[in-house]
Write a protein that binds this ligand. Structure first.
Ligand code: PMP
Length: 405
C-alpha cells in the first residue's frame, strides 16, 4: 500500500496552519472536536452561497436542489455505516440528541417498572443521564458493567448482568475519557442471545475505524458530525428498520406528518417522523462531504496510521516523570488520559497551550469513568489522522519541560 501521506492530508485542513501563542498549532483535542477539511468548508459555503432553500422538493428549483443535497448527505451516512437503507438514518443534532431520542421514544414505549438498562462504567455522560432520566420516569433500574484496572469492561460481569429483565444495552465503542475500544460485536452477540437490542455510541470510534452496522448487527448506532471532521450541530442515528417503524415520534411539528386535522395527525414513516422542523440542511451537506472525504483516504489506512502514532506517543509518555496514564487497555484508539504527580491538570494544559499545543483538562463528561481510577479530572490528549510524530515530539518535549516544584 502507498505510505500514508500525512503532509498532503494536512494541506486539506486550513485551521491546522496557524500559530498559537507564537508556536505552530498542535491540535491534540480531537476527542472534543476535530478540524474541517476544505471539502467540508466549501460544501457548506456553496450550500449557503447558491443552493440555499428549505427542503420541500416540489416547490421550486432551489427547493429541489436543497432536498437532493440534504438527501445526498443522508446517503453518505448510509454508505459510511453500511446501513441497508437511507431510511434507517435519522439526522439529529449529534450523539447526545440521538441517545435522548432512543431513550425517550424507544425507552418510554418499551421500558417499565422492574426492567433493566445496561451501560458501562466508562460512558460519556450523554450515555448515562438520558437512561437515568428514563429509569426515574419508568421505575426501571440502571445496571453498570464494571471495568478492570486497565479500563477494559469485564465481560463475565456483563454476561452476569444480562437477564430476562434487561430491555436495552447502551455502550460506547471507544471510551472518550480512556480510549478503551470495547468489543461491541461480542457485546451485541451476547445481548441478542437474550433478545435484547444494543445501542452503540460511536462518537469516538467513527473518526478512527471503519464502521459497519450490518457486520456488528447493531440495533442502534449514533455519532456526531463535528467529531468526524464535519460541522457542529449535525449527527445521525442509525436504527434497524423494524425498530424505527415501531417507535413513536418524540417531537411534533412540520416535515414529519402525512396529514393533520385537529382530531388526529398521521405521521410519516422513518426517518421523517423523527425529524420535526427545519433540519440543519447545510450541516447534513457538510457531514456528507466529510464522510466522502474520509472514504477517499480510507478508514482502514487511518486506523493503521493512528495505531502506530498512538503506540509512539504512549511509549514517549512512559518516560515523563511522575506521569500516570489512565486507561491502559490493550485495544485503544486516539485517547491518552493522564495525571502528573505534583502538577495541577489545568496548569499542565496551560503550559502546553503556551507552546501552541491544545489538549483538554477536566472531567471530559465522564466522571464515573475517571472516579473508577481515583481521580475526577485528567489531562487528555487525543490524536487524529492529521497529527504527526513531530507534533507528538513537541507535546512530549513540552511535558518534559514542565516546571517541577
Ligand atoms: N459519547 C461520547 C463517547 C463522546 O465522546 C461524546 C462527545 N464528547 C458524546 C457522546 C456527546 O457528543 P455530542 O456532544 O457531540 O452530542
Amino acid at each position: 500500500a502507498a505510505p500514508f501521506d500525512v503532509a498532503s492530508i494536512r494541506r486539506d485542513f486550513p485551521a491546522l496552519h496557524q500559530s498559537v501563542n507564537g508556536h505552530p498549532l498542535v491540535w491534540l483535542d480531537n476527542a472534543a472536536t476535530t478540524h474541517k477539511p476544505k471539502a467540508v468548508i466549501d460544501a457548506t459555503n456553496a450550500f449557503y452561497a447558491r443552493h440555499n432553500s428549505n427542503i420541500h422538493r416540489a416547490a421550486h428549483t432551489l427547493a429541489a436542489r436543497a432536498t437532493d443535497l440534504f438527501e445526498g448527505g443522508r446517503e453518505a451516512v448510509r454508505r459510511f455505516l453500511n446501513a441497508p437503507s437511507k431510511d434507517d438514518i435519522v439526522f439529529l443534532r449529534g450523539t447526545t440528541e440521538a441517545i435522548n431520542l432512543v431513550a425517550h421514544s424507544y425507552g418510554r414505549a418499551q421500558i417499565g417498572p422492574g426492567d433493566e438498562i445496561i451501560v458501562s462504567t466508562i460512558e460519556h455522560h450523554a450515555n448515562i443521564v438520558p437512561w437515568q432520566m428514563l429509569a426515574q420516569q419508568t421505575g426501571a433500574t440502571l445496571r453498570v458493567i464494571p471495568v478492570n484496572d486497565r479500563g477494559e469492561i469485564i465481560f463475565a460481569q456483563y454476561a452476569a448482568l444480562l437477564s430476562g429483565r434487561t430491555k436495552i444495552v447502551s455502550v460506547t465503542q471507544v471510551a472518550n475519557a480512556l480510549g478503551t475500544v470495547n468489543p461491541v460485536r461480542e457485546i451485541i452477540q451476547l445481548a441478542h442471545a437474550y433478545g435484547v437490542p444494543v445501542l452503540v455510541d460511536a462518537a469516538q470510534s467513527a473518526p478512527h475505524m471503519p464502521l459497519d452496522v450490518q457486520a456488528l448487527d447493531a440495533d442502534f448506532l449514533v455519532f456526531s458530525g463535528h467529531k468526524v471532521f464535519g460541522p457542529t450541530g449535525i449527527g445521525a442515528l442509525y436504527g434497524k428498520a423494524h425498530l424505527l417503524a415501531a417507535m413513536p415520534p418524540w417531537q411534533g411539528g412540520g416535515h414529519m406528518i402525512e396529514d393533520v386535522t385537529f382530531a388526529k395527525t398521521v405521521y410519516k414513516g422513518a426517518p421523517e417522523k423523527f425529524e420535526a422542523g427545519t433540519p440543519d440542511i447545510a450541516g447534513a451537506v457538510g457531514l456528507g462531504a466529510a464522510l466522502d472525504y474520509l472514504a477517499r483516504i480510507g478508514l482502514p489506512a487511518i486506523a493503521a496510521y493512528e495505531h502506530d502514532l498512538l503506540a509512539y506517543a504512549q511509549a514517549g509518555l512512559a518516560d515523563v516523570k511522575g506521569l500516570r496514564l489512565i486507561g491502559t487497555a490493550r485495544e485503544k484508539a486516539s485517547v491518552m488520559s493522564f495525571v502528573i504527580e505534583g502538577q495541577e491538570n489545568e496548569a499542565v494544559a496551560h503550559h502546553l497551550d503556551a507552546r501552541g499545543i491544545a489538549v483538554r483538562s477536566g472531567h471530559h463528561c465522564a466522571l464515573p469513568a475517571l472516579r473508577r481510577f481515583g481521580v475526577d479530572q485528567s489531562v487528555r490528549a487525543s490524536l487524529a489522522f492529521y497529527n504527526t510524530r513531530a507534533e507528538v515530539d513537541a507535546f512530549l518535549t513540552a511535558l518534559h519541560t514542565l516546571p517541577r516544584h
